[in-house]
Design a protein around this ligand. Structure first.
Ligand code: IMP
Ligand code: MG
Length: 181
């Protein structure tokens, strides 16, 4: 489970920078959904830290519900195959709801584009996507991103919910990982 062939290289986004950007995203979302019901759907497990910070910065006038969805890829671990299996589906029916899908990072875009298609088929009244990190260099599938935290270079990052072989999700800042020696 713990892969010792990787180590932390350098900090890419500090805790302070993350928090102030998450606050900004929360005010945009608060303005867009003021007085409305909103179902925030976080993709497990990576988006959990982002969700719990983001939701605490939302204005109380947003009537927030949260739910979770989990997918697993059939492909190799650091490469998305685009062939996905739902391992935990939503608890709630999102028909006629305002849905905000929350993801930690968009890389090839295969994961998000699959989930967006799947969830839109359930006929929500509105559907938006919020991602903390965007690695635009490796995009293979076009994805809709309505709220974006940071655009980052094509490097493997961990922390703030993101993992490498399950590790480092707990870090408060985002770090670049490198192959150990
Ligand atoms: P995509 O389908 O290629 O867009 O990949 C998205 C998924 O790959 C994310 O949900 C992450 O689980 C994982 N991923 C992509 N890049 C990174 C990274 O730099 N660090 C950690 N996980 C990543
Ligand atoms: Mg993920």
């Amino acid at each position: 489970m713990i892969d010792l062939s990787f180590e932390l290289d350098r900090m890419l986004i500090s805790e302070e920078t993350l928090q102030s950007r998450v606050k900004e995203l929360a005010s945009q979302i608060s303005a867009d959904y003021a007085g409305q019901k909103l179902v925030a759907v976080a993709i497990l497990k990576g988006a959990v830290v982002f969700l719990v910070d983001l939701m605490r910065y939302l204005d109380p006038s947003v009537q927030l519900y949260i739910d979770f969805i989990a997918v697993s890829s059939y492909g190799a671990s650091t490469q998305s195959s685009g062939i996905l299996r739902i391992t935990k589906d939503l608890d709630v029916d999102i028909k006629d709801e305002n849905v905000l899908l929350i993801e930690d990072i968009v890389d090839t875009g295969l994961t998000l584009s699959y989930l967006v298609r799947l969830l839109k088929e359930r006929a929500p009244s509105s559907f938006k996507v919020c991602v903390l990190l965007d690695k635009p260099d490796r995009r293979e599938a076009e994805v809709q991103v309505d709220y974006r935290g940071f655009s980052i270079p094509n490097e493997f990052v961990v922390g703030y919910g993101l993992d490498c072989a399950g590790m480092w999700r707990n870090l408060s800042s985002v770090y670049v990982v490198r192959e150990g020696r």
